[in-house]
Design a protein around this ligand. Sequence first.
Ligand SMILES: Nc1ncnc2c1ncn2[C@@H]1O[C@H](COP(=O)(O)OP(=O)(O)O)[C@@H](O)[C@H]1O
Ligand SMILES: [Mg+2]
Length: 367
Amino acid sequence: MTDNGQAEAFVEFDRVQKSYDGEVLVVKDLNLSMPKGEFLTMLGPSGSGKTTCLMMLAGFETATHGEIRLNGQEINNIPPHKRGIGMVFQNYALFPHMTVNENLAFPLEVRGMGKSEREAAVKRALDMVQMGEFGNRRPAQLSGGQQQRIALARALVFQPELVLMDEPLGALDKQLREHMQFEITRLAHELGITTVYVTHDQTEALTMSDRVAVFNDGRIQQLAPPDQLYEQPDNSFVAQFIGENNTLDGVVSEIGNGTALVKLSDGSVIDATPVNVSHAGEQTRVSIRPERVEFDMSRLPEGAHTLKAEVKEFVYMGDIFRTRLSVAGNDDFIVKTRNAADQVRLTPGQTVEIGWKPEDCRALDAD
Ligand SMILES: Nc1ncnc2c1ncn2[C@@H]1O[C@H](COP(=O)(O)OP(=O)(O)O)[C@@H](O)[C@H]1O
Ligand SMILES: [Mg+2]
């Protein structure tokens, strides 16, 4: 802890920019500070700059501008193998001609560790990923999931303080992927490893991470814990990229006391929380989650505005009902309701009244 009570930064990106061709910046202005032991995920669409950031931290690419620090030390000029960083990639990158034991011993040999110490470390790492019986096999004799476990063990075998993972589970089927997500977070927390994890899968990011950095177009759009990212998106991109989301376009007609009135294209008015708007007359896109829309107007605060909606589709999903509505010209407005004993099932063609609490509806940038 520092004097001002903030956890000391273990990994820092300070005004980092990166261009591969000297013209286009693929990383525009990256500022990021991670305390020791944190599990941070870089999430974003393909091409948003995630891998580039990981490669600069690992030392395989250099920053065009700015500074990267590890444990307070600038690392721009330290070669990759001296940074003490473990890495896991999607394509495993195991040596095919070596056995599992030899694959794991290799990073230890490079570091000059003696034979008996090496054997103990390899055994410990294999046990961590429940692959203790597979030391004498070659990668080709293992399934995809087993190879990925070995790749993970190899990244952990020299007990790095920092592990970087770039879409490590992308090649696995859904069930195995979910199991490995759980295994990776468990190991990271048990061993106290600081982790930077890259994925384009938002569910993976939300379920695994202490914090998520949402990337788009070479910039972090928002950096926050999963619940905050989902419930309080800072802008339209984040609202749309994380989870299911409804949007309505309109113009701010009144603003004050922490609420905004927004007039929609069909003339109706709704209540919202102003986030990226500050005055009347501004264009806005409001964002509301499907599970925060109410059909029961008695649950809304006094004076709340409501809307007429037409039911387009009703889908029974077991635990929830998923109803698609037409609202102010948006035919794809989704409402999710819990399948409770008294919950009404709507019929296509029916007209209903909907509403929401102003704090559940965010007035964001119209982009
Ligand atoms: N070695 C490279 N040389 C030139 N351009 C690259 C290189 N690696 C990545 N890029 C470009 O940089 C941008 C960011 O890529 P990347 O960091 O791989 O994004 P992500 O991992 O989010 O998909 C993309 O436009 C990509 O084409
Ligand atoms: Mg990538």
